[in-house]
Design a protein around this ligand. Structure first.
Ligand code: ATP
Length: 233
């Protein structure tokens, strides 16, 4: 199992009190599977991603990445898992204005303390995989919104990834481009055996249960995960 949350609860301080953002959530995402998570603003979707990606320790419950219970890990070990095994795609592409598409991807290698030169070919292959071959020397302001999001996705895939966590990837895109980005995430997750958890309000782009769409849609309300609509075998 690549990503498993078991009875996870997360609270945040709220004045003298605490607010419950995630309330006993359990979820399994298998390798090659894309599970979409949806629900009203403030229901806890981003908090689920943060816990799943080891950015926040939950109050209780177990988070397993590739079979390892990461709650037992020290902070440096959790940081290593985050750098190596987990790819994040956020709503805004967060690309650095002075770096080319290829350099954006190689930056993740640099951050891991490795020599980027060794990974140039792999970074080029990733740009090919997201449909950006020939665009590697472009700066962000020379790319469209959809292309920037593709660089963002390629960057999240650099390294020995097991889990892909995606927060509202289509919010800055029109519907056709949004659908293409979801299709891309689904295709790459299946090809690379990644467990992908995708938060979105954009239900139209998901095409749940179709060949190119998410495998299942899980609704969230007040910190709780409700039944999923379609669950792939
Ligand atoms: N750092 C924080 N400190 C205190 N409360 C927080 C913090 N982050 C989130 N919350 C609260 O936790 C709850 C869940 O927030 P979260 O951002 O996970 O929801 P969401 O479903 O992702 O919302 P949105 O769709 O608007 O991004 C909300 O009540 C929110 O106000």
């Amino acid at each position: 199992m690549s990503l498993r949350l078991s009875d996870v609860t997360l609270t945040y301080p709220d004045g003298d009190d605490r607010v419950t953002a995630v309330d006993g959530a359990s979820l399994t995402v298998k390798p090659g599977q894309v599970i979409a998570l949806t629900g009203p603003s403030g229901c806890g979707k981003s908090s689920v991603l943060a816990v799943a990606g080891t950015l926040i320790r939950p109050d209780s419950g177990i988070v397993e990445i590739d079979g390892a219970a990461v709650g037992d890990f020290s902070e440096p070990e959790r940081a290593r898992i985050r750098r190596e095994a987990v790819g994040f795609v956020f709503q805004n592409d967060n690309l650095l204005p002075d770096l080319t598409a290829l350099e954006q991807i190689l930056l993740t290698v640099h951050v891991r303390g490795e020599r980027p030169a060794k990974y140039r070919e792999q970074a080029r292959e990733l740009l090919d995989a997201v449909g950006l071959s020939g665009q590697e020397n472009r700066l962000p302001n020379q790319l469209s919104g959809g292309m920037r999001q593709r660089v963002n996705i390629a960057r999240a895939l650099m390294g020995p990834r097991k889990v892909l966590l995606i927060d509202e990837p289509t919010s800055a895109l029109d519907q056709a481009r949004g659908r293409a980005v979801v299709e891309l995430i689904v295709r790459l997750s299946r090809e690379r055996d990644l467990a992908a958890l995708l938060v979105t309000h954009d239900l139209q782009s998901l095409e749940v249960g179709s060949a190119t769409g998410a495998d299942a849609l899980v609704h969230m309300l007040d910190g709780r995960l409700l039944d999923s609509e379609v669950v792939a075998a």
